[in-house]
Design a protein around this ligand. Structure first.
Ligand SMILES: Cc1cc2nc3c(=O)[nH]c(=O)nc-3n(C[C@H](O)[C@H](O)[C@H](O)COP(=O)(O)O)c2cc1C
Length: 171
């Protein structure tokens, strides 16, 4: 048996949802189902560049958690077809820099492409790749979340689970 207050909150939540849905159906809120879907469902994209597969593994773990595909920045469909709420961007460090494919991709972005970006990276030792990717995103005018996800070299199964948990905080 629920106490009175809990019962009230549950009814408020459920009936509020039903009432709002009815008002939308009756035309009080002007939005097509597609527009409403866009408003209610968070859109996520994952873009990365990986020479030997380590960063790709992280990208795919994040993609699986988000229910979308991870797309390499040199793929034909790398360009965002529409703005997203969250853009995950990953890359590794090579000779203290990021790969030119990723560098060039970051230059194609602009502030309308994503409400916010989240960075992930792999390397042997240095996390400088994170700074470089963040810098590229910020130069594009995109807000980057402070926290990032990093793995030394090849991710373990445990680290791939951590990548998925990390991603879930932002989706
Ligand atoms: C040519 C080359 C240069 C690298 N330079 C660095 C470096 O300066 N600092 C570092 O910590 N790791 C460096 N690494 C290690 C890579 O960042 C690391 O192996 C990373 O996980 C590779 O990611 P990927 O498999 O997605 O390409 C280098 C690797 C290669 C092959």
């Amino acid at each position: 048996m629920l106490d009175e207050k809990t019962d009230m909150y549950i009814r408020l939540y459920c009936q509020g949802t039903v009432a709002l849905t009815c008002e939308w159906i009756l035309g009080k809120y002007k939005a097509s189902p597609e527009e409403l879907g866009k408003e209610l469902i968070m859109s996520v994209a994952i873009r990365y560049y990986s020479r030997s597969g380590n960063t790709k593994e992280v990208a795919e773990a994040i993609a699986k958690a988000a229910g979308v595909s991870a797309v390499s920045v040199d793929a034909g469909d790398a360009k965002l077809s529409q703005p997203v709420d969250v853009l995950f961007v990953g890359g590794a460090l090579y000779a203290y820099g990021i790969d030119s494919h990723l560098k060039d991709y970051l230059k194609t972005l602009n502030k309308n492409d994503a409400k916010k970006a989240v960075v992930f990276s792999t390397s042997w030792i240095s996390k400088h790749s994170i700074d470089l990717i963040k810098k590229g995103l910020e130069e594009a005018g995109i807000t980057v979340v402070e926290e990032s996800f990093y793995v030394k070299s090849k991710p373990s199964e445990e680290q791939l689970k951590e990548a998925a948990d990390f991603a879930r905080k932002y989706i």
